[in-house]
Design a protein around this ligand. Structure first.
Ligand code: N01
Length: 549
């Protein structure tokens, strides 16, 4: 494991924040491929990022593992064997551990070390990074791989600290697997995390109470053991598969999307929806009809279809209706993928409580009390209440750029970025899968590789000259923010009242789209054009130190 000693003051070429998919690849890229001196940090005790923290029962990937994996090393993708189509958290964590071993990455990472401050020193033209272990580290370049969903939403229920039972956060799950056998368990939240956890908790808890505010459009994941013939074909065709993925909106090599749900007969629509439902993954969402995310009438056809399927699976009609989303379009919140989720509600020991009609008033020492005074007594409470997505991890690090400008100030009305990768006034700081990039609407490992490669190319480009500072121009940034907002307005996303894609899940958070909605191919083409035009929209300069050297 990591070196546990912290050198109080060190200087490097590149500082890297995080040891998840982004940080690990960045260490390899900058240290082993560019030959730079790097140091990385992670608050966790080992590598894994999101897969280190999210160990709750049922945690599983929602993009096929064969696609949700690194593409940068042919030997790596040939030698690794995924046991299932959609692997569970322990296997993804093993994969990242294997990557760390294979490329000897841990020696460049300080674990159990949280970044608490990052300040740009204009005179030296370098960043100073501070940690909670008292370390002060300097470098010309900083790569943030701090993640998009790594800051859990703070529990917003009064009294939670007085609860006499155990409280668990899905996004910060204990390493000693808690036992729920025979216990009265409550869970708040039915997003992707809650839905995965509920399916598993229902099997072991003595009684499970699900506190649901907004039901979700969950569809079958379609998980199965890896088919050896398919695996062999994938390994033989990885090059083509990765290329097809990078040319797809979501970064997966799906090819069956039809233009419009409204252009086909009801029978054909049903056939397509049935086919995608049965094949699982995000096929219903992204590989059925191209207008589902853009046209309300098209969206209604998919939403109606999903509601019908929910009603087929849940025996009690009143419970089924409560589980049917009605007040926001399908896909405007990330659609959860499930295994036997709806069947959990057919058990006598699982109870669904509507906390939209009757909100949670407080957590009492005994359990959860609702607005009408009803108290649900519990032994354990699981909070699956989501994350301060996309901007949260960056804003948590006390980043201060040029002229003392705090990132919190620059982003007071929502994120301001160029390409979702850099921000004006914050030179040489690359935000991997940052806000206003495709990030969570692209296949994350590929999105990460694209961004790390962009940063590495930019730094290599600077190092070939007497330049060493890259920063977006304010006009280019304004235009990018406007562009991402316009793209969002052309979709149904802004109509969801609680979607984290729009920052709407956190009270007081500015309502601004956090994801680039033009799709991965358009985004990649834009980045390539910008580089081709000499890093158009970026200002490339030489620091005084370099020029006088
Ligand atoms: O969080 P969420 P998540 N009272 O924000 C409820 C990724 N992920 O952790 O909708 C009552 O989606 C909230 O209710 P509402 C994936 O990208 C991937 O589940 O605000 N309820 C909602 O039901 C995903 O989208 C996987 O009304 C409250 C839930 O908590 C993202 O992470 C697995 C509440 C939060 O849902 C986030 O998912 C897991 C309150 N005060 C996660 N506050 C994969 O499959 C919140 N809620 C790879």
């Amino acid at each position: 494991m990591a070196a546990s000693t912290t050198t109080a003051r060190t200087t490097h070429d590149v500082l890297i924040i995080g040891a998840g998919f982004a940080g690990l690849y960045a260490v390899h890229k900058f240290r082993d491929q560019l030959g730079l001196d790097v140091l990385a940090f992670d608050a966790a005790g080992d590598v894994g990022g999101t897969w280190y923290w999210n160990r709750y029962p049922g945690a599983r990937v929602d993009i096929e593992s064969v696609h949700y994996s690194y593409s940068f090393d042919e030997d790596l993708q040939q030698e690794w064997h995924w046991t299932e189509k959609f692997c569970a958290q322990p296997e993804i964590l093993s994969y990242l551990g294997h990557v760390a071993d294979r490329f000897d990455l841990r020696r460049s990472i300080r674990f159990n070390t949280r970044v608490t401050g990052l300040t740009w020193d204009d005179d030296a033209a370098e960043w100073e990074l501070r940690t909670d272990r008292g370390g002060v580290h300097r470098a010309k370049y900083v790569i943030s791989g701090a993640g998009t969903l790594s800051v859990p939403k703070k529990p917003e229920f009064p009294g939670v600290e007085d609860f006499r039972g155990e409280v668990y956060l899905t996004g910060n799950w204990p390493h000693d697997e808690p036992s729920f056998e025979g216990r009265r368990v409550g869970i708040i939240g039915v997003g992707s995390s809650g839905i995965q956890a509920i399916s598993e908790l229902a099997k072991t808890a003595g009684h499970l109470t699900v506190f649901q505010r907004t039901p979700n459009y969950a569809t079958p994941i379609g998980n199965e053991p890896t088919d050896p013939a398919e695996e062999a074909a994938n390994k033989a065709g990885y090059r083509r598969i990765r290329e097809a993925s990078r040319n797809h909106f979501l970064g997966v090599p799906y090819t069956d999307v039809q233009p419009s749900a409204l252009a086909v007969s009801a029978e054909e629509r049903r056939r397509v929806f049935d086919d995608r439902w049965n094949r699982g993954g995000f096929r219903l969402f992204i590989d059925a009809f191209g207008d589902i995310l853009f046209d309300k009438a098209a969206n209604d056809t998919a939403a109606d279809y999903i509601r019908d399927r929910i009603r087929e699976r849940v025996h009690d009609p009143a419970t089924a209706e409560l589980l049917c989303p009605t007040d926001y379009p399908y896909g405007t919140k990330r659609p959860p993928l499930e295994t036997d989720y709806y069947e959990a509600y057919n058990r006598d020991d699982v109870e669904l409580v509507d906390v939209k009609a009757n909100p949670v008033a407080e957590i009492t020492p005994r359990g959860v009390r609702l607005a009408d005074g009803t108290e649900h007594e519990l032994d354990c409470l699981v909070l699956a209440t989501g994350f301060d997505a996309c901007t949260g991890p960056l804003l948590a690090m006390n980043i201060v750029g040029r002229d003392g400008l705090a990132l919190t100030e620059h982003w007071a009305d929502g994120p301001q970025t160029y390409l979702g990768l850099m921000s004006a006034g914050f030179p040489n700081l690359f935000m991997i899968t940052g806000p206003q990039s495709p990030s969570v609407l692209y296949n994350m490992p590929l999105a990460i590789e694209d961004h790390v490669d962009f940063a590495a190319d930019a730094i290599a480009h600077l190092r070939q000259s007497t330049l060493d500072v890259i920063e977006p121009e304010a006009d280019a940034e304004r235009a990018w923010v406007e562009h991402t907002n316009e793209l969002a307005q052309a979709t149904l996303l802004p109509t969801s009242p609680t979607s984290w894609y729009m920052g709407a899940n956190i009270p007081g958070k500015p309502r601004r789209v956090l994801v680039y909605l033009g799709g991965a191919p358009a985004y990649r083409a834009k980045c390539a054009e910008i580089v081709h035009n000499g890093y158009q929209g970026f200002r490339l300069t030489g620091s005084a130190a370099l020029v006088t050297a």
